[in-house]
Design a protein around this ligand. Structure first.
Ligand code: TXA
Ligand code: MG
Length: 319
């Protein structure tokens, strides 16, 4: 996408401008490897409140706080030995950990919805890293889309969805992973998966040698921001579709639907490619004025768990 007054490619000047805007309490959207974030200085109550206002979030769900390094994270939250091991293995990257806030943690209580814990992440995208280093403050950032709608994987999606509600959009190109980070809670010895995402449960179990429990409604720790209807295009979504009905757009996966598909998440059936395409293709199909978006079934293993999680919410009854 070409540069405009409030969409800029990352450069030393635009990164510094974005950092200055954050420090002045403004909202800045920036690339991460998962989806584009809508960032504010996490220590500034008013700036954090303006995130909820810009997104039109119905309630004050807790947000993820982004920092440039493990050392910066250590100033905000307490790491158990297991949490530190995971940080060393997966950061920077598409993983968020929910950990106890330190007594001295300067992050606005609004960002963590008054909880004693904080969700924290060190993103890998160079633009995010440069911005977090330049602004010298932790940055609270949900995905940069109006509440409930499809998450943005390009600067154009952010501009179309939030337009003039952000002071600056740093355009670091299309997001490579394409879905939000995996969110886990880590206590002394236990890992609980709160939101499936760019790092799979199998990745975590293999790397840590620990079992990863999956949060349920009855779990001790839950993810308060996981609304059932979310990531939704403007028209209804039909899942497990095998064919295309009159007036529908068909989103395929793998071979077999060439004759009638509108788009295909991955013609060769590759889950990584499908994850990267998911939100961008939803954005594209949303513009076709289709009556319904019909989506082929996607295997529910590995990255397919995150894809199916997002599809289920996109198809859920709207609140
Ligand atoms: O990929 C991502 O994670 C993107 C990019 C911008 O980093 N960010 C993102 O943030 O998706 P957000 O705020 O939309 O997602 C926050 C998720 C929600 O599911 C929320 O419930 C959970 O993290 N969460 C945040 N703080 C929590 C806490 N203290 N305890 C449990 N869950 C928490
Ligand atoms: Mg979101």
């Amino acid at each position: 996408m070409s540069e405009t007054d409030n969409v800029k490619k990352p450069s030393p000047e635009s990164i510094q401008e974005a950092a200055d805007l954050l420090n002045a309490g403004q909202l800045v959207s920036f690339s991460t490897e998962t989806v584009y974030g809508l960032g504010a200085d996490a220590t500034n109550d008013v700036a954090v409140a303006s995130i909820f206002e810009a997104k039109g979030r119905p309630s004050f769900n807790p947000l993820i706080v982004h920092v440039p390094s493990i050392d910066a994270a250590k100033e905000l939250v307490e790491f158990s030995p297991l949490a530190l091991k995971i940080a060393n293995m997966f950061w920077p990257g598409p993983l968020t950990m929910v950990l106890p806030r330190r007594d001295t943690c300067p992050v606005s209580k609004l960002a963590s919805a008054g909880l004693p814990t904080l969700a924290i992440r060190v993103p890998a995208h160079p633009t995010a890293h440069q911005l977090l280093t330049a602004c010298k403050c932790p940055v609270a950032a949900p995905s940069a889309n109006p509440s409930g709608q499809i998450s943005p994987t390009t600067a154009e999606h952010v501009r179309d969805g939030l337009g003039d509600k952000v002071s600056l959009i740093l355009d670091g190109g299309p997001a490579e992973v394409g879905v939000e980070s995996t969110v886990i809670a880590v206590t002394d010895e236990k890992i609980t998966l709160l939101r499936p995402g760019g790092i799979t449960r199998e990745d975590l179990e293999k790397a840590t040698g620990s079992e990863v429990a999956v949060a349920s409604k009855d779990s001790e720790i839950t993810s308060p921001g996981m609304l059932l209807s979310h990531y939704a295009p403007s028209c209804p979504v039909r899942l497990e579709a095998k064919s295309k009905n009159e007036g529908e757009a068909f989103l395929g996966f793998g071979p077999g639907s060439e004759d009638f598909e509108t788009l295909n998440l991955s013609p060769k059936g590759d889950l990584k490619e499908a994850t990267a395409n998911l939100f961008a293709m939803f954005h594209q199909l949303d513009k076709t004025n289709a009556k319904t978006i019909a989506v082929a079934s996607v295997p529910n293993a590995g990255l397919g768990v995150a894809i199916n999680d997002r599809l289920k919410r996109a198809a859920a009854p709207r609140g």
